[in-house]
Ligand binder design. Structure first.
Ligand SMILES: Nc1ncnc2c1ncn2[C@@H]1O[C@H](COP(=O)(O)OP(=O)(O)OP(=O)(O)O)[C@@H](O)[C@H]1O
Length: 127
């Protein structure tokens, strides 16, 4: 019983650390604000067009994918800045690849957004 309480406390502490990381991301990264606005717009459009459940799944995955890529990119940038504050070719490659991952996620999200909302917008224009 006591062991279980200790384990639950440890889990809760881990959530706290993760929350600190997410807070750092949203407070320090200008890109976080851009993604938040984009996600908000997608949610408003989804509600406005009353999109299907499967479309909501795609939108939620797209938003999550971009946020996961951006937070991971931020973590890698912090790590690189810590271990290699001076110019180093490999440090640059790590940052470039992490930035590339964000770009890939953003392009995927854009394609999902077009696939979900473009037919709705065309329908709206035609009516
Ligand atoms: N220590 C380094 N050594 C070599 N090249 C680096 C180093 N730091 C940054 N670079 C190069 O400069 C680019 C931009 O790095 P920077 O840290 O400014 O990232 P950023 O994408 O502008 O991040 P942000 O604006 O979110 O802080 C990297 O993608 C990399 O090519």
């Amino acid at each position: 019983m006591f062991d279980k309480i200790v384990m639950i406390k440890k889990r809760l502490k881990s959530f706290g650390y993760a929350g600190k990381g997410i807070k750092f991301f949203f407070v320090t990264q200008p890109h976080a604000k851009v993604h938040t606005v984009m996600a908000f717009m997608a949610i408003v459009l989804g509600i406005g067009f009353d999109i299907a459940r499967t479309d909501w799944l795609a939108i939620v995955v797209a938003i999550g994918l971009v946020l996961v890529a951006e937070t991971t990119n931020t973590a890698l940038e912090e790590l690189v800045n810590f271990v290699s504050p001076d110019y180093h070719k490999q440090a640059g490659i790590v940052k470039d690849i992490a930035a590339g991952a964000v770009l890939l996620a953003a392009i995927t999200a854009l394609v999902i957004g077009v696939l979900v909302f473009l037919p709705q917008i065309v329908k709206l224009i035609q009516t």
